[in-house]
Design a protein around this ligand. Sequence first.
Ligand code: KMH
Ligand code: ZN
Length: 283
Amino acid sequence: MFRKNYNDMMDKLIITCAISGAEVTKEMNPAVPYTIEEMVEAAFGAYQAGASIIHLHARFDDGTPTQDKERFQLIHQAIQKKCPDVIIQVSTGGAVGMSRDERLDVLNIHPEMATLDCGTLNFGGDDIFVNTENDIQYFAEMMNTQHVRYEMECFEKGHIDTTLRFIKKGVIKNHLHYSFVLGVRGGMSGEERDFLFLKDSIPEEATFSVAGIGKYEFSLAELSIRHGGHVRVGLEDNLYIDKGHLAKSNRELVEKVVSLANKHGRLIATPKDTRRILEMENK
Ligand code: KMH
Ligand code: ZN
């Protein structure tokens, strides 16, 4: 049970900012970053506002998503130069339709942290985001071998059940950190009962973060803050600061989470705190 006294370092709120994604475009919101300079500016703004983890997808200058290790390396290095202690969590999800090996190319830059997507789901229209059981095992084993810390992205309850099987088999053996990504068309929605169901379905020792897609971003952020979880926001997940008002930047979305954390008495985790909470200190 989460304590009501939020003074402990372990109770600090980890904010992840998903600055760019692979599917959102400048036509939807001009603040979506594509170029390396735009990525750095977005990451720096989010970091200054309180994000300790940057969830990163790479894009070419025209916005095309890529998992190409050279492009990723350039963006990764540029962000690290500007925010040396921030945790960069690279996406191994990439974009819908990418092959397994294409998605894994990013591991060649030896990231500190990456996502592990824990199941297949419809992704709107004809799109299917494919993560078979064999894919998940392959991704986890690659990351285990390379000592990359993974965050388990679960889009519905079946994905959590899959992780539980892999934990039992010893395939998943990280510190257990979940991300509930809720509100994708094809995945689980992001109502309070959905959140509570998932939160109560993970192992007791696990930590979790919530990424609410679209209209769920801030309602889920607040629920997670209240229940001792962590929060992901960013233009990848949601383009609006308020109903009908586009967010001006990733920073603005992070600032809104910080104000929710203040309201509920949660302090914000620095990158150092975050490494401690997620047991990444020896990295
Ligand atoms: N772009 C989505 C298809 C991840 O980053 O690992 C997958 C995604 C998940 O965004
Ligand atoms: Zn992503």
